[in-house]
Design a protein around this ligand. Structure first.
Ligand code: FAD
Length: 174
C-alpha cells in the first residue's frame, strides 16, 4: 500500500507526508486508513480538539475527539464489534437463505470497507479462506481467525478463538 514512506503513484513529484500517513488511491492522505496520531502530525488544525461549534476547544491532543470522523483504529474497533456481534446472533442452524445472506454481506463489506488497504487485504483473505456459514460457532470461529490475521499483521496479540463466544455473546466464564 502506498504510505508516506513509499509515495503515491502519480505523475507529480511525490509530496512528503509524516511516517504512518497512508495515502489514498488519489495520492492524498487517506483518513480512514491512518491513525489519528499520524493524521494529527500532518495538519496543525487536527492537533486542536473538537472543532464542533458547540464543543470547540483549543486543547492539544493526539487522541481522536468523539465528534471527529473515525480514524483507522476507531473504524476498525466499531467494525469488528459489528461483525462479531453478527456472528454472535447468527443461528446455530441457519437456513440456506441465511447462509447466502451472510456470505454476500461479507463479500460486500470487504468491497465497501472505507480503509482501502484494509479492504483489499480482507478481500484477499476471503478468497483464500471463504466465509464458513454452516452455523454460529463456525461463522464466529472463521471471523475470529480473520481478525487474528489482521492482529498478526499489526503485531497485536492473537486471540484464543475457542473463547470468541465468551467475548462476544455470553460474557466471560469466571
Ligand atoms: P481491535 O483489533 O479493533 O479489536 C477489538 C476487540 O476485539 C479487542 O479489544 C478484543 O477484545 C477483541 N478481539 C481481538 N482479536 C479478536 C479476535 N481474533 N476474535 C475475536 N475478538 C477479538 N488496521 C490497520 O492499521 N491496517 C489494516 O490493514 C487493517 N485491516 C482491517 C481489516 C478489517 C476487516 C477490519 C474490520 C479492521 C482492520 N484494521 C486495520 C483495524 C484493526 O484491526 C483494529 O481494529 C484497530 O487497530 C484497533 O485495534 P484495537 O487494538 O483497539 O482492537
Amino acid at each position: 500500500a502506498p504510505t508516506s514512506d513509499s509515495g503515491a503513484a502519480s505523475s507529480e513529484p511525490p509530496k512528503k507526508f509524516p511516517k504512518g500517513v497512508v495515502l489514498g488511491k488519489d495520492g492524498k492522505p487517506c483518513r480512514s486508513c491512518t491513525s489519528f496520531a499520524a493524521w494529527a502530525s500532518q495538519t496543525k488544525s487536527s492537533l486542536k480538539g473538537s472543532s464542533s461549534p458547540t464543543t470547540a476547544t483549543t486543547t492539544t491532543t493526539t487522541t481522536l475527539p468523539k465528534d471527529c470522523p473515525p480514524d483507522v483504529e476507531q473504524l476498525g474497533r466499531s467494525s469488528w464489534t459489528l461483525l462479531h456481534s453478527i456472528a454472535a446472533t447468527y443461528p446455530p442452524q441457519p437456513t440456506p437463505a441465511e447462509q447466502a445472506d451472510v456470505a454476500r454481506f461479507m463479500g460486500l463489506f470487504a468491497r465497501l470497507y472505507p480503509c482501502w488497504v484494509c479492504a483489499e487485504d480482507f478481500q484477499r483473505y476471503l478468497e483464500r479462506q471463504p466465509v464458513r456459514t454452516g452455523g454460529r460457532d463456525e461463522l464466529g470461529t472463521w471471523l475470529c481467525e480473520a481478525h487474528n490475521e489482521v492482529n498478526r499483521k499489526l503485531n497485536k496479540p492473537v486471540f484464543d478463538c475457542s473463547r470468541w463466544q465468551e467475548r462476544w455473546r455470553t460474557g466471560w466464564k469466571d
